[in-house]
Design a protein around this ligand. Structure first.
Ligand code: FMN
Length: 355
């Protein structure tokens, strides 16, 4: 087992180069993120839908309550890990993206991680918070280059790290616009990470750590990602089956029960593929029957459901999954879900990963 490298993200250095990926809606809330940060990794709160079960949410004040819930979530995670490194994952595709970024920064988070589109204006939203590091999620060198060029030209700023997430294995929305790209080896970590490192070292001549995500489960996976040139990893699925994960126990049980046939990739109402577990809701959707609860809050800047009612309200389906509703919920999961055999603790996982 090689020594783990130091992962410095802007002004923040976690004890271990292990980032827990943001998982919405509320799968990675303050409890999971706080526990990961306390164990020496980067704990990440997913910003999407934080208002959904907040006592002040009345159905019409979603965006205002999101801001309040963000402040509360960051505060709770910080209390669990006063000296830990905390991130908030804000998806570019959200209607209140800028507000979410600003409220996370105001609440004292260390890092903003942004994917689900290219976070072209992120430096503008964090400009009043010089200690906050900014980290885009990409699936290709081309996407990284577009961000780097825009940030450099317009804001004179480089990313503090870059997450490369491969659509081959990751859970949730995937960095591929077309279904056929999901299994394209051109988007594998072994293809993209070395090329991105070469681009950063050779073309940019900069010091930007690359973090590999998608399909990382154990120490051997981490060591392999480091061999490709990554300086850290981001893991999602592995952290779901933990006592500390914020989801309902039935969400975790669905992971424990999952077999390879249960892992499917669907076209999401956001217009990109997403990896999830097969259940009756997903089966109906895949066979062309559209059943949806009403739109929760117009939370996405591009939503097929809002436009044409031809799909479903993904926010509501993800909230239902977080609350453990096996009939109406959309259970996002990475392909490693089949390896979840029991409930772990975050400290137990770290003990295994860092030896
Ligand atoms: C249940 C679930 C929800 C997710 N939600 C988000 C999200 O809100 N934003 C995001 O950028 N990535 C999201 N992801 C992706 C993870 O942050 C992570 O990058 C990915 O799952 C890594 O792959 P792995 O699950 O194989 O470890 C989600 C993943 C899962 C499993």
């Amino acid at each position: 087992m090689a020594n783990l490298p130091i992962l410095r993200i802007g002004k923040h250095t976690p004890k271990y180069p292990i980032v827990q990926g943001g998982m919405g809606v509320k799968i990675s809330g303050s409890r999971l993120a706080g526990a990961v940060a306390a164990s020496g990794g980067v704990g990440t709160i997913a910003s999407v839908g934080l208002a959904c079960d907040h006592p002040l949410f009345d159905g019409a004040n979603y965006f205002d309550i999101n801001e309040i819930a963000m402040g509360e979530a960051v505060k709770a995670a910080r209390e669990a890990a006063p000296a830990g490194v905390l991130a908030v994952n804000c998806m570019t595709a959200l209607t209140d993206y800028d507000r979410q970024v600003r409220s996370a920064c105001a609440a004292g988070v260390d890092i903003i991680v942004s994917g689900a589109g290219l976070p072209m204006k992120l430096p503008e939203y964090v400009k009043d918070f010089p200690d906050v590091a900014i980290v885009p999620i990409v699936s290709s060198v081309k996407a990284a280059d577009l961000i780097v060029r825009k940030w450099g030209k317009q804001y004179g700023r480089l990313p503090d790290a870059i997450v490369v997430e491969t659509p081959l294995y990751a859970g949730g929305h995937l960095g591929a616009t077309k279904m056929e790209n999901v299994t394209d080896m051109a988007f594998s970590l072994e293809a993209v990470v070395p090329d991105l490192v070469k681009y950063i070292d050779g073309t940019l001549k900069a010091d930007i750590p690359v973090i590999a995500a998608g399909g990382i489960w154990d120490r051997a996976d981490i060591d392999r990602a480091l061999e490709f040139g990554a300086r850290g990893v981001q893991m999602g699925t592995r952290f779901v089956c933990t006592v500390e994960c914020d989801a309902d126990d039935r969400f975790k049980q669905a992971y424990i029960d999952a077999s390879p046939d249960d892992v499917v990739v669907i076209m999401s109402p956001v217009g990109i593929p997403g990896r999830a577990l097969r259940n009756s809701f997903v089966e109906k959707y895949m066979s062309g029957q559209v059943e949806s609860k009403p739109c929760m809050a117009a939370c996405l800047s591009h939503c097929e459901y809002l436009k044409s009612r031809s799909t479903f309200c993904i926010a509501q389906a993800l909230v239902d999954a977080y609350q453990g509703d096996l009939e109406t919920g959309l259970f996002f999961a990475g392909s490693n879900v089949v390896k979840c055999g029991k409930l772990d603790t975050v400290a137990g996982i770290f003990g295994e990963l860092v030896g």
